[in-house]
Design a protein around this ligand. Structure first.
Ligand code: SF4
Length: 248
């Protein structure tokens, strides 16, 4: 039986950035090189999750959301949501939180930690929210074609109170969701995985530019793993992987 291939907002966004890196990641488990990652966002997420869980337990919205949105936090937030897409492909994702409205519709909420206020919605976040709506719809939870990004950013430290009292600002951005866009990108990403040829590198990324400068253009053509190794069929490589969203 064909095993499932799991796609996530992180890997679909990887495809949006560079089909080649996505292909190498999904088919060969070769991940794009990374430097040390700041863990502040993960720490903030876990603090905020506890804070939201408290308001979930008393069936209220956190005070900073009350004037901005209606409804209440979903009673049981699953750690991971899954929905089948097609031909053995499945979308998975972890929502930070979710609102349920009086009309029994669902609206994803996502925490973002930043250095300052965000001017625009990053295309990666736009797609992430569209994929979350797809996941909810795939689980029979009707959405409103909107999502909220909840940005938290440090403001200042009161010199009298010390670093234990760092003040954070908060900004809410409403995202208009276009699930057709998400479906089209998924379709295109699946098409990419099912091709035998490795995609060309993205023009902007400096890693492959570096390889090209050192080893020449030929080094970027074909599959840089082992010579004569045949690319496996997609169904041979499946494994479920929990992608901690390092992109977000
Ligand atoms: S250009 Fe190369 S390193 Fe950069 S994202 Fe694409 S495959 Fe990865």
């Amino acid at each position: 039986m064909k095993k499932k291939i799991f796609l996530s907002p992180a890997t679909i966004n990887l495809y949006r950035e560079c089909p080649r890196c996505f292909y190498l990641h999904m088919k060969y488990d070769i991940k794009r090189p990374r430097g040390p990652m700041p863990s502040i966002a993960t720490g903030m997420d876990s603090v905020l999750k506890k804070y939201f869980d408290y308001y979930r337990s008393i069936k209220e919205l956190p005070p900073e959301l009350k004037d901005e949105m209606e409804g209440h936090l979903i009673e049981k937030l699953k750690p991971t949501y899954y929905t089948d897409i097609k031909n053995g492909y499945c979308l998975l994702g972890k929502l930070d939180d979710c609102l349920i409205t009086e009309k029994s519709t669902y609206i994803p909420l996502d925490f973002k930690t930043r250095a300052s206020v965000a001017e625009d919605i990053h295309p990666a976040y736009q797609l992430q929210m569209e994929l979350y709506c797809m996941l909810l719809e795939g689980n029979g939870m009707k959405t409103e074609d909107i999502a909220y990004l909840l940005y938290y950013y440090p403001l200042n430290v009161n010199p009298k109170e010390g670093a234990g009292n760092i003040l954070f600002g908060m900004d809410i951005k409403k995202v208009s969701v276009d699930m057709k866009n998400a479906k089209d990108i998924i379709e295109s990403a699946i098409g990419c995985l099912e091709r035998k040829e490795i995609p060309v590198p993205s023009e902007e990324c400096e890693y492959c530019r570096w390889i090209e400068r050192v080893y020449g253009r030929e080094s970027l053509v074909g599959i840089p793993i082992k010579k004569d190794e045949k690319p496996p069929e997609p169904e041979e490589i499946i494994k479920e992987e929990e992608y901690k969203d390092t992109l977000f």
